[in-house]
Design a protein around this ligand. Sequence first.
Ligand code: HEC
Length: 182
Amino acid sequence: MPLILWATGVNAQQQPLPAPIAADARTTVKAFVGQMKPLLVSQVQALGPAGAIEVCATEAPALSKSLTETSGWSITRVSDKPRNERRAIPDEWEASVLRDFEQRLHDGAQAPQLNHGEVIDGEYRYMQAQLVGGVCLLCHGENIADDVRSALNARYPHDRATGYTPGQLRGAISLRRPVSDR
Ligand code: HEC
């Protein structure tokens, strides 16, 4: 489908997402967070934070994969301070959206408003910010328990995702799918 359909004359390569596509992206993000968060909380309660690291390391990517199969969106999590250096490093577009989220957060935007979608280079792309809440601090905060710290060090020797305080931008869920899908 030619991108020119959404062109406004400013930049034919970069256009807002069509409303139904944006709605679909939001639904997919909701499904991801809606399944991930309760699982994380229950595993932290059952196993403690060190035990629950496994949930973030294997369940989140597994959930991304199964949601990709049902939704058609490819789903990753990215951050400007990545923990997983293999899959969480933002590309140029994601890095610029993260900077924009950071600015909007600074200017007083609330978490649900911190999303952005675009048609760019033949793809639909969408990002939703994830902010640091109470439970996140156990593994991303300033005072991390020793057993959690050493479990994280063992798995992520280049971990940059600690030292956060509540309300900060932890990263984003990033969705993409080819325009030719539809
Ligand atoms: C039990 C420990 C733990 C808790 C609690 C936790 N995380 Fe994480 N988080 C991790 C681990 C481990 C990874 C790396 C996962 C991987 O290997 O892909 C991670 C990765 C992420 C990523 C992907 C980007 C990156 O840096 O790799 C985001 C975004 C994220 N966490 C957000 C959050 C948010 C928001 C919360 C609170 C709702 C939270 N996390 C709570 C352990 C945790």
